[in-house]
Design a protein around this ligand. Structure first.
Ligand SMILES: [Zn+2]
Length: 462
């Protein structure tokens, strides 16, 4: 930070609002300054608005953590005040101005911050890019550290290790020296190798901490027991909402942590659920969870497929689920049936119905029911209340289906006589307009109605 003595305002400059955040429970920095680079200036833009984030230059957290798990001896540390060790280009520093006064009666002074500012959009990129540059510039003298600085750092945290104690010692020394070339220093060392801690305890500055528990990359890990731990605070009520909210708060990039049950007395994971009081067997109530692609899971599926005489995928999944709960079971079931050579050889060829072209009446647009089909359903027992009848009588329903629009019209018909059908036909014509063609199945009443209508037509034409 340097004081701005030149009273002439630069054409491009930005004043960062800032305030202190006091956290008495913090071990290292109890009072922290927070800068707000998102505060809008007079032209409606903030410092963050005009910065680019530069993208990610480091490996993703997932790969780093996976690699970390494979080492026999591991350690973690972080770079002390990494951002403060990196100078910003001279021309850019006027964008990082603050105003400050030491006491109530002091004059307000203007300062500009010379180093990379956290809480700004480009900060992470600038800092991690510097680490990569350090590898390019000085890495050839520290080959072990160069590889680790390139691939095992996430922001300012390192999580790495090696196969032997000697290798880890050498790696530590190289890392310290490589970062020292840029004036950076590693601290908060943690390791799982007790020898390593006692061996270098005389080097106070770079000694490994005796406490095995640390929070690295946002995850609490215990290097001695080789365990990641997660703090879950159960609420006063273990409602579904409370449990889901707790799960959502757990940060674990490897994604293999989740709530599990009814680990039973044999240490077997089972599905939970609310079937405790049902009379199903224990296996059906709480089936054993099977991993997706484990050999045993496949063997159980193959066994069940053979035992059930080569049934289809659905027929295979059902008996398996009587006892087990395979993860992604449907996919596996399909795969096992697809891969079965016996099933493949005996696969019957399914005959397909040859479909003809649709008749012109079905596909020529015209008003509804102009071309329709008719059929009867019934008989239904109906009590005609209006006629004061006590006993029920048989009635039928005529269904008219429009060939073009597929609209359906129901009409109650008193019996199967020609007269009754003609009465019904009159009703639908009155409601829907006259049809030009009505298709039927040549039942007696339809044929009778046709002859009656033809006779009437001849009479009227004569
Ligand atoms: Zn089969």
């Amino acid at each position: 930070m340097e004081m701005v003595t030149d009273n002439n305002e630069q054409s491009t400059c930005y004043y960062l609002p800032h305030h202190g955040v006091f956290k008495p429970d913090k071990m290292s920095t109890k009072l922290r300054v927070v800068f707000n680079a998102s505060a809008l200036s007079f032209n409606g833009l903030s410092l963050n608005d005009i910065q680019m984030n530069g993208g990610l230059t480091q490996e993703d957290l997932f790969s780093i953590m996976l690699r970390f798990r494979k080492h026999k001896f591991v350690f973690s540390a972080d770079i002390r005040k990494m951002y403060r060790m990196i100078l910003v280009d001279l021309q850019q520093r006027d964008l990082q101005r603050i105003v400050w006064k030491n006491g109530e009666n002091d004059n307000v002074k203007t300062y500009k911050l010379n180093t990379v500012m956290y809480d700004t959009t480009s900060a992470l990129y600038l800092a991690t890019r510097v680490l990569h540059q350090l590898v390019k510039d000085e890495g050839q003298c520290f080959p072990l550290a160069a590889t680790v600085l390139d691939s095992d750092f996430y922001m300012d945290d390192v999580m790495t290790g090696d196969v032997s104690l000697e290798a880890v010692r050498e790696l530590q020394t190289q890392l310290i020296r490589l970062l020292a070339t840029a004036g950076m220093e590693l601290h908060k060392w943690r390791t799982n190798a007790s020898n390593l801690r006692s061996n270098i305890s005389e080097e106070n500055e770079y000694s490994f901490s005796c406490s095995s528990k640390t929070k690295t990359l946002g995850i609490a890990c215990d290097h001695l027991t080789d365990c990641f731990s997660f703090k879950v605070l159960p609420g006063p009520q273990n409602t579904k909402r409370a449990v889901l909210s707790n799960i959502a708060r757990i940060f674990y990039p490897l994604g293999i942590l989740g709530p599990v049950i009814t680990v039973d007395s044999n240490g077997i994971l089972r599905v939970g659920g609310r079937l405790e009081y049902s009379n199903l067997t224990d296996n059906q109530k709480h089936p054993i969870i099977l991993p997706k692609s484990h050999r045993l899971t496949k063997l159980i599926f193959v066994y069940s497929h053979l035992k059930n005489l080569h049934g289809g995928p659905q027929g295979l999944l059902c008996p398996v689920r009587q006892k087990f709960w395979p993860i992604h079971g449907r996919n596996l079931s399909r795969k096992i049936v697809n891969d079965c050579i016996t099933c493949f050889r005996n696969k019957p060829v399914v005959a397909n119905q040859l479909m003809g072209n649709l008749p012109a009446e079905r596909i020529t647009p015209i008003f509804p029911f102009n071309v329709c089909g008719v059929d009867f359903i019934g008989p239904f027992l109906v009590k005609p209340v209006a006629q004061g009848r006590i006993t029920a009588r048989k009635m039928f329903v005529a269904i008219f289906v429009c060939f073009v629009t597929k609209a359906v019209h129901f009409e109650l018909v008193t019996d199967l006589t020609t007269e009754a059908f003609i009465a019904c036909l009159k009703k639908i014509f009155a409601r829907r307009g006259k049809s030009s063609i009505v298709y039927s199945d040549n039942a007696t009443n339809f044929v009778g109605a046709q002859s009656e209508l033809k006779r009437l037509s001849n009479v009227t034409q004569a």
